[in-house]
Design a protein around this ligand. Structure first.
Ligand SMILES: Nc1ncnc2c1ncn2[C@@H]1O[C@H](COP(=O)(O)OP(=O)(O)OP(=O)(O)O)[C@@H](O)[C@H]1O
Length: 219
């Protein structure tokens, strides 16, 4: 069990003793994390602390040198840099990813376009979108198959205030439906939104004791 993390429900995501170096640069040195269904977790830390590296390892797009990640259920991952095709429209991305996830229709995709306020760009090629709108599509793609665990790497970069608020409505809805959400954030003012805040420093994760975790797990 990760220090300070005591979910009552079976974890949907567990990382144990994760180590990762880039050449001689040791970034993760025994990072542990346990996430329960419906838990909203913030990963905070200085620039270069290894937050994105950790998320990539949790998402399975980067291998750890040592340690183990256990996931139950579907995963959605929103990386910092959108992996989108500039020549395809927003709608074409929905089709592509819906097919990849074998979804029967685009209903959830269209709902996300509406919720994030960018339906008017449905037929615009990604190469012509603003950075913030590309980020909305990046998030939509991660959410499309309604995954059980969501890993979001600074997901609201470039969002205007209205979209930022809509983003949190979306997260509240996910959390209320038992989805686990792990978010890398730098924004100090939003930290009381989370059930659990973990600090990444010196390659290890340390839960903050003043998080809302106790409140959450007693619900
Ligand atoms: N592919 C790579 N090759 C070599 N070094 C890397 C690579 N990716 C990241 N690093 C280094 O590993 C360290 C951790 O990087 P990472 O991007 O995980 O940090 P971060 O906490 O997400 O930073 P930020 O808050 O600036 O986004 C940094 O020193 C970075 O330069």
């Amino acid at each position: 069990m990760a220090p300070g993390s005591t979910p009552l429900l079976e974890p949907v995501l567990q990382a144990h003793d994760i180590h990762k170096s880039y050449g001689k640069r040791s970034v993760l040195r025994g990072a542990d994390l346990t996430v329960a269904p419906g838990q909203l977790v913030a990963v905070v830390g200085e620039n270069g602390a290894g937050k994105s590296t950790l998320l990539k390892i949790l998402a399975g797009t980067l291998s750890a040198d040592r340690g183990e990640v256990t996931l139950s259920g579907d995963l959605g991952y929103c990386p910092q840099a959108p992996v989108l095709n500039a020549g395809l429209t927003v709608e074409q991305h929905l089709h592509y990813f819906a097919a990849a996830h074998r979804l029967p229709d685009l209903d959830r995709g269209h709902e996300l376009l509406r919720l994030l306020g960018f339906e008017r760009y449905a037929h615009t090629p990604v190469g012509e979108l603003s950075g913030g709108t590309r980020q909305k599509l990046n998030l939509t793609v991660a959410l499309l198959h309604d995954p059980d665990v969501l890993l979001l790497d600074e997901p609201y970069q470039g969002f205007d205030w209205e979209t930022y608020l809509r983003f949190w409505d979306l997260v509240d809805d996910l959390r209320g439906r038992g989805k686990a959400v792990v978010i890398i954030t730098h924004l100090v003012f939003e930290q009381d939104r989370f059930d659990l805040l973990v600090d990444l420093a010196a390659g290890r994760l340390t839960p903050r004791t003043d998080s809302r975790e106790d409140r959450h797990v007693s619900v």
